[in-house]
Ligand binder design. Structure first.
Ligand code: AMP
Length: 369
């Protein structure tokens, strides 16, 4: 019994994939749940409809993507009533993300009471980051009381891609050091030493670090106080601005990197500058993680931008030749698995991420299937 249904429930959407081993038997997306003209009135109806459509005979597990596991969940966890309650307690840390997953878990448990269900957390892979990479220099009491620390996200992607990179290199994951760059609409970097994460760019929430499609990435936090005092913006308005109207969207009016690149080609100065901001931030993190790791075997690009944009990859790593980082132009243009020239000290890779497959595999691991 190796069939696993993977559910990724957002506030208004459900993404699903049904796996048999690593084969995808079915996949799809139910969108605009609860909206007029949407695919379903609520999550209950959405899950009922998709489960009716799927052949769930021999289903061994349901794997749920849960964004925030807080300090408590450092590994994929079989879901019980107590786990549901604990995920609910984490809502204040992930108000935009955890409620959707919780609804999905509740409905799926109700509809498939006989099937074991597993929560796979975006934060779990980062639980090996040492304390000095997790703590910020803020009041210790406040930090402890309110859970102020780095958690990191995109963990299933960084885990999968760093492991795949070791496979590409032909070295054991436990002996391979990798910098992984997950560049999608959301974006994050991670430093992975011997299969264990030691640094990542996202923080308490997925807002910090790299420049993203609509999120600002790193800023001076004083900007928040300044906007509150000088622009009279409420905290909710500032949060909305930084998370939904920042990043490439804020700089250019477009969050899609393809559109930004088209504008760069046609010489739009805003797009040229935004592209430079985006790729410079990437280079800063690569430099930082080279220093954190000391020895780096590979740098791996993944997700929508990372897998498809030779321009971003080339610009992000340009000027780093003295550090052993080189890109072969033809390989880069072809989105090849290895885009550095033979013999380069650091191998540069493009590895398509498979977050859903990783969730299915994690679900099986958690259940010892
Ligand atoms: P993801 O969140 O991983 O699905 O990535 C989505 C993002 O990938 C989109 O917003 C695009 O900006 C970006 N993307 C997809 N294809 C390309 C491409 N060929 N060139 C540049 N960016 C791309």
């Amino acid at each position: 019994m190796t069939r696993v249904l993977v559910l990724n429930c957002g506030s208004s959407s459900v993404r699903y994939r049904l796996y048999d081993g690593s084969d995808v038997l079915a996949k799809g997306l139910v969108q605009r749940i609860g909206e007029s003209g949407g695919d379903a009135a609520d999550h209950d109806e959405a899950l009922r409809t998709l489960m009716d459509r799927l052949d769930l005979s021999g289903l061994a597990a349901v794997g749920h993507r849960v964004v925030h596991g807080g300090e408590r969940f450092t590994t994929s966890t079989v879901i019980t009533d107590e786990v549901v309650a604990a995920v609910e307690e984490l809502i204040p840390l992930a108000p935009l993300h955890n409620p959707g997953a919780l609804t999905g878990i509740r409905v799926a448990r109700k509809l498939l009471p006989e099937v074991p269900q597993v929560a796979v957390f975006d934060t779990a892979f980062h639980s090996t980051i040492p304390p000095e990479g997790v703590l910020w220099a803020v009041d210790r009491d406040l930090a402890e009381r309110y859970g102020l620390r780095r958690y990191g996200f995109h963990g299933t992607s960084h885990a999968y891609v760093s492991r795949e990179t070791a496979r590409v290199l032909g070295t054991p994951a436990a002996e391979t050091n990798v910098i992984t760059l997950h560049l999608g609409n959301g974006a994050s970097a991670a430093a992975v030493r011997g299969g264990r994460c030691v640094a990542t760019s996202m923080g308490m929430t997925p807002l910090s670090g790299l420049v993203m499609g609509t999120r600002s990435g790193d800023i001076d936090p004083s900007l928040v106080f300044h906007l509150h005092r000088e622009a009279g913006m409420s905290l909710d308005e500032i949060e909305e601005s930084l998370t939904r109207h920042g990043g490439m969207l804020g700089l250019t009016g477009a969050n899609d990197m393809r559109e930004v690149q088209e504008r760069v080609t046609s010489g739009d100065p805003d797009a040229v500058l935004a592209f430079a901001v985006y790729t410079r931030r990437l280079r800063e993190y690569v430099g930082a993680y080279l220093a954190v790791l000391g020895r780096v075997d590979a740098i791996t690009f993944t997700a929508g931008v990372g897998e498809n944009s030779p321009e971003v990859r080339a610009a992000a790593l340009s000027g780093l030749e003295p550090l052993g980082i080189r890109i072969d132009e033809a390989r880069n243009r072809a989105n090849a698995l290895i885009i550095s020239p033979p013999g380069a000290p650091i191998t540069v890779c493009v590895v398509p991420t498979e977050e859903e497959l990783e969730i299915a595999d994690e679900s099986r691991r958690a259940l010892s299937l």
